[in-house]
Design a protein around this ligand. Structure first.
Ligand SMILES: [Zn+2]
Length: 129
């Protein structure tokens, strides 16, 4: 179990400010195109599927599966970096936390958990169900 690693603050931009504001309240939202209805990640001002400019933020389930992962064992405080495919479709780069890294496997179901950062908003990470 790793739990003392200091997590750097995320970079907040115009495109993702809504996401981080929701994160501060423990809400996990993802950008959805108002034109084609597709969900995407990371946050962008223009839909990557249809170039639509009307992006809406919708609550996400917080559920996903591990697409691939790698455990950084040489770090002072080992951590697991992963791509998690959200139940809503898109895949996001994140960390897997609060678990035994040796027990991780591809395809494993995970759920979102917000982790505090140095001095910015909390970041979404995932833990096995
Ligand atoms: Zn679109």
């Amino acid at each position: 179990m790793a739990g003392t690693r200091t997590i750097p603050s995320p970079i907040v931009s115009v495109e993702n400010a809504a996401f981080w504001n929701a994160a501060k309240q423990g809400r996990f939202i993802i950008p959805t195109c108002g034109a084609c209805g597709k969900v995407h990640w990371y946050p962008r001002a223009i839909c990557p599927f249809c170039a639509g400019e009307k992006i809406e933020w919708r609550p996400a389930s917080g559920q996903g599966t591990i697409y691939t992962y790698s455990v950084m064992r040489r770090a002072k405080e080992p951590y697991a970096i992963a791509y998690v495919t959200l139940a809503e479709g898109p895949t996001m780069m994140t960390n897997i936390v609060d678990c035994d890294f040796d027990a991780l496997r591809i395809g494993q179901p995970v759920t979102v958990v917000f982790k505090d950062t140095e001095n910015g908003p909390p970041v979404p990470m995932f833990k096995p169900l």
